[in-house]
Design a protein around this ligand. Structure first.
Ligand code: GDP
Ligand code: MN
Length: 377
């Protein structure tokens, strides 16, 4: 789960990181009121789950409250990487001497949290990692000990020469690690971590992604979810109790069980196709779940065929067949549907489906090949 900059800043502040104050506005009037309360220069910042807001025109400096109003008016409703801006953060502007990058993320290869820091921070850190990897210092944290003080110092030492700045940055890096762990995050990032002309280190941007599996034991973090900023299909899937991940292909997949769903996607690839999604409907034959699954799959305009792959163990295939028939009566579906059912009561299930006019199979190879063909046709 991604959270907004202003929410990540709240968490960073709670961990002791120096973060300038700020307030959220949903209208230009509110932005103006906040700006005049702060007085002086402010920054108006789009709150969307996307990087590169600065480049897209979603971060604007304003000298006066009237100017802040104008920027808020332009930024609210703007589209940044396909996401509509519904809120802006209004924050007093800082004088910037230098911009550094500090980030920590779960690195799957090392199976541990890994820090990356660079003195070349600001808006183009992805570019730096490609063109000048030596400008980035990395450190993998041993989860048994956490981030040790000398490691935080070693990272900070890469950013600055001045001992005062190194000391402040070491503290920020340690606090960032604490916030990352306490939040159940998979990624936490400050870009830029600035120094001011008077020699202070501050975080003026904040980004954090939370591991979905950490949410159930952190209700205060889970409550930061902003469904209006997420793809509607993922919100719908979550509400219906389905595990769904959207992908780029055109074969919509509806499978019971995560392992079978993965195997199905592999087989789609094997037969030269590409899955449009991962979807595990679980052990349920409940027509409501099948309806929700079909609505989610068909809301993706790339989907050209729909593939059901059901293995009936405790789940009875005839129940699932009835669920599919019922679901397709309730909603109008354009792409062709092919179904593979095997296991408990499969004979009965195949009869039900054939009677309702579906192509039903018991072989996984045959149905996947068919679904790939139909998607290409
Ligand atoms: P991003 O583009 O989505 O990463 O948004 P940032 O919050 O990182 O802002 C992008 C850039 O805007 C920063 O790298 C700064 O150069 C500039 N910026 C943001 N806030 C301030 C501020 O308070 N003062 C000044 N002078 N520049 C700022
Ligand atoms: Mn940034």
């Amino acid at each position: 789960m991604d959270i907004h900059e202003y929410q990540a800043k709240e968490r960073f502040r709670a961990a002791g990181i120096p973060v300038p104050p700020g307030e959220i506005a949903t209208t230009a009037d509110e932005a103006e009121a906040i700006a005049s309360k702060y007085g002086g220069m402010v920054v108006v910042k789009a709150q969307v789950h996307s990087g590169g807001r600065g480049k897209a025109g979603g971060v604007k400096l304003a000298k006066t409250a009237a100017e802040a109003r104008e920027h808020a008016f332009n930024i609210l409703g703007m589209e940044i990487n396909g996401l509509t801006v519904q809120k802006v953060l209004v924050t007093p502007a800082e004088d910037i001497a230098t911009e550094a990058y500090v980030g920590v993320l779960v690195d799957r290869k090392n199976q541990a949290a890994t820090f990356m820091v660079s003195a070349a921070g600001g808006v183009d850190i992805e570019e730096v990692s490609h063109s000048n990897p030596d400008a980035i210092r990395k450190l993998t944290v041993d989860p048994r000990y956490g981030l040790l003080p000398h490691q935080a110092f070693w990272l900070a030492n890469f950013l600055y020469d001045d001992p005062g700045l190194i000391k402040q940055a070491s503290k920020v890096i340690a606090q960032l690690y604490d916030s990352f762990v306490e939040s159940g995050a998979s990624m936490a990032e400050i870009n830029p971590l600035i120094t001011t002309p008077s020699g202070e280190v501050k975080a003026i941007d904040a980004k954090m992604s939370i591991d979905d599996s950490e949410l159930f034991r952190r209700p205060e973090v889970a409550s930061m979810r902003d469904s209006s900023s997420e793809p509607p299909s993922e919100t719908k899937a979550r509400d219906a109790g389905l595990s769904y991940v959207k992908l780029d292909g055109n074969v919509g997949c509806c499978v019971n069980g995560a392992g079978l769903a993965m195997a199905t996607m592999d087989l789609v690839k094997y037969y030269g196709g590409a899955p449009a999604n991962f979807l595990d409907i679980g052990g349920s034959s409940n027509p409501d779940k099948v309806v929700a699954a079909l609505e989610i799959i068909t809301s993706d305009p790339n989907v050209k065929s729909i593939l059901f792959n059901i293995f009936g163990g405790i789940t009875r295939c005839d129940d699932v067949a009835n669920g599919i028939v019922e679901a397709t009566r309730r909603i109008d579906i354009k792409p062709p549907i092919v179904i593979r059912l095997t296991g408990t009561n499969e004979d009965l299930a195949l009869e039900i489906l054939k009677e309702a006019g579906f192509s039903a199979y018991t072989s996984m190879d045959a149905v996947v090949e068919k679904a790939v063909q139909l998607a290409k046709a």
